[in-house]
Write a protein that binds this ligand. Structure first.
Ligand code: KIV
Length: 300
């Protein structure tokens, strides 16, 4: 049986939809998976059309777009709002939606209800939850409800209070053993992929070699089956110094700042709009716009 699904774009072209099977086949063929976060229609559409394999509506949304200091306050409603916008844009990529902090911490039934809303209302093809072995039974429950789950281990930003900050994980023997056990437990519970964040490259390589499911790294070195970055990091749209693992692929911040300054100047100097950017009365329509001809309702 073929697992390929065909979707058509607005331009009427057919595209091969990326599915969990595609990701698995890429791992087996050792073809790197390119993943990126997106939170709105235009950037998701550009990422999808640029051929990214997986798009994550990440809870980094809280910081990158909504201006919070961490991801903890993000709500299910806020996530759904952005997931719907991204869903409208994405035709080809595999679409994953992050479960925000608190949306999978109150037991299986509540987790299922929230995850179902991400699938049914947000168009998610998988949900992502943070944490290792302690999430294994939730991963089983979601998988039993036909909801694919992407695990996320290592530096898990939703654990910032417990961790006392954001720090690289898996740098001691006990931590390495824990992360290996976490990866195995999530795979055993049915996870379809694993995000490995903020761990030494050697450990990520070991997990990737042992895992049958694809690993997608962020700050986890080059040996992972795929890489993911936050959209705003890729284009210098954040206002803090970037983490060590971030590489800029363009300076959209500078582009926007310069563009807005030029716009501002053009307005201030009455250079914008010019005649060709203005509407005109139809040719031949003689219209006396002298004050005397203006209807009294406009003249006041
Ligand atoms: O929310 C997010 O952007 C993420 C990625 C860092 C993997 O979880």
């Amino acid at each position: 049986m073929s697992h390929t699904k065909v979707r058509s774009t607005d331009a009427g072209q057919s595209v091969l939809k990326v599915t969990t099977q595609t990701l698995l086949e890429k791992k087996l063929r050792r073809e790197p998976i390119a993943a990126l976060t997106a939170y709105d229609y235009p950037t998701a559409r550009i990422a999808d059309e640029a051929g990214v394999d997986l798009i994550l509506v990440g809870d980094s949304l809280a910081m990158t777009v909504l201006g919070h200091d961490d991801t903890l306050s993000l709500t299910v409603g806020e996530m759904l709002h952005h997931a719907r916008a991204v869903r409208r844009a994405v035709r080809r990529a595999f679409l994953v939606v992050d479960m925000p902090y608190g949306s999978y911490h109150l037991g299986s039934e509540d987790t299922l209800r929230n995850a179902l809303s991400f699938v049914k209302e947000g168009g998610a093809e998988a949900v992502k939850i943070e944490g290792g072995r302690r999430r294994a039974s939730l991963v089983e429950d979601l998988t039993a409800a036909e909801i694919p789950v992407v695990g996320h281990i290592g530096l898990t930003p939703q654990s910032v209070l417990r961790m006392g900050g954001y720090r690289v994980q898996g740098r001691s023997v006990p931590e390495i053993e824990e992360l290996l056990a976490d990866a195995a437990a999530l795979e055993g519970a049915g996870a379809v992929a694993l995000v490995l964040e903020g761990i030494p490259r050697e450990l990520a390589e070991r997990i990737t070699a042992a895992a049958r499911i694809p690993t997608i790294g962020i700050g986890a070195g080059p040996a992972c089956d795929g890489q993911i970055l936050v959209f705003h990091d890729l284009f210098q749209l954040t206002f803090d110094p970037p983490a060590k693992f971030v590489r800029s692929f363009g300076d959209a911040g500078l582009l926007l700042r310069e563009g807005i300054e030029r716009y501002h100047r053009a307005v201030a100097e009455r250079e914008f709009p010019n005649d060709s950017e203005s509407y005109h009365l139809p040719r031949g329509l003689a219209w006396n716009l002298q004050e005397s001809a203006v209807p009294s309702s406009l003249a006041s």
